[in-house]
Design a binder for this molecule. Structure first.
Ligand code: BT5
Length: 239
C-alpha cells in the first residue's frame, strides 16, 4: 500500500503505478488531494479527514465495466455500514448516500490495459465548510453518525469488502446485481438524467445486467441510459 500525505489525485498516482508495470492489487491512500476529480473532469473536494484511495486492477480484456462500477458501489456501501450503524443507499450510477446526501463518490478510469478504481469517502470531512452547492448535497460519516469515525477502520473494511465483491465480479456472479438492486434508492422514483445525450425524464426502473439505468418515459417506452447525472424528482413510494 502506498500512503501519501498530500497528493494531486490518488488516481494519477495509481495510473503511474500502472504505467510502471506494478501488478494488480496496489492501493494508494492519501490524506489530502489538491486535484481530486470526479466524473467528466469535475472537482472532488478532498480535504483532511476523508478517505481518498485508488486501487489498481488488471482485469481481462472485454470485462464488464458497468458491473464493476456496481460492485465497487456495493463494496463502499458495505464498508460504511460495517463501520457506522447507518443504512446506506446507492444512487445510480454509484453515489453512496446517507439519506439524500452523498457520502462517497467513485471514479473508475482506464489506464492503458489497467483500470484504476478511485473511491472517496467523507469520513470526518467538515462538509459544512464546503461551498454551499456541494455542502447542501453532501454528508460525512462523522456528521451522520454524530461522532468522529476512525479512517483506518473504514479503509480496512473497504479493502475487505472490495476483495469480496471484486472476486464476485470477476466470476461474473449475479450477486453483484442483486446486492446493488437492494440498495438502489432511485427505483420507482421520478428522475431526470442529464448525460452526453438528450435529457431523459421518467420513472427509474432499476438497472439492466450491464449496469445501464432503465427509465420508463411518460410514453411508456423504456429507455436505457449508460452514463449521466441523475436527479430524483420524487421520493420512493410516490410512483
Ligand atoms: C464522483 O464524481 O463522485 C467521483 C469522486 C471520486 C473521488 C475519488 S477520491 C480518490 C480518487 N482520486 C480522485 O481524484 N478521485 C477519486 P461525480 O459523480 O462527478 O461527482 C462530483 C460532484 O460531487 C462535484 O461536482 C460536486 O458537486 C460534488 N462533490 C465534490 N466533492 C465532494 C465531496 N467531498 N463530497 C460530496 N460531494 C462532493
Amino acid at each position: 500500500m502506498v500512503r501519501l500525505g498530500e497528493v494531486g489525485s490518488t488516481n494519477d498516482v495509481a495510473r503511474a503505478l500502472a504505467d510502471a508495470g506494478v501488478p494488480e492489487g496496489a492501493v494508494v491512500v492519501a490524506d489530502v488531494q489538491t486535484q481530486g476529480r470526479g466524473r467528466l473532469g469535475r472537482v472532488w473536494l478532498s480535504p483532511q479527514g476523508g478517505l481518498w484511495c485508488s486501487m489498481l486492477l488488471r482485469p481481462p480484456a472485454r470485462s464488464a465495466w458497468g458491473r464493476l462500477s456496481l460492485a465497487v458501489g456495493v463494496a463502499a456501501s458495505e464498508a460504511i455500514e460495517a463501520t457506522v450503524p447507518l443504512r446506506t443507499g446507492i444512487r445510480w450510477p454509484n453515489d453512496v448516500v446517507l439519506g439524500e446526501r452523498k457520502a462517497c463518490g467513485i471514479l473508475i478510469e482506464g489506464a492503458g490495459g489497467a483500470v484504476v478504481v478511485g473511491i472517496g469517502i467523507n469520513v470526518n470531512v467538515p462538509v459544512e465548510k464546503m461551498p454551499q452547492e456541494v455542502a447542501a448535497r453532501a454528508t460525512s460519516l462523522h456528521l451522520a453518525a454524530g461522532h468522529p469515525v476512525d479512517r483506518e477502520t473504514v479503509l480496512r473494511a473497504l479493502l475487505d469488502r472490495f476483495a469480496r465483491w471484486h472476486g464476485l465480479w470477476t466470476a461474473g456472479d449475479d450477486a453483484v446485481l442483486e446486492a446493488w438492486r437492494r440498495r438502489d434508492v432511485t427505483r420507482r422514483t421520478r428522475v431526470v438524467v442529464d448525460g452526453p445525450g438528450p435529457r431523459v425524464e421518467g420513472i427509474a426502473e432499476g438497472v439492466d445486467d450491464d449496469g445501464a439505468l432503465r427509465v420508463r418515459l411518460d410514453s411508456g417506452v423504456i429507455q436505457r441510459v449508460v452514463a449521466g447525472d441523475l436527479t430524483r424528482l420524487s421520493v420512493p413510494g410516490d410512483c
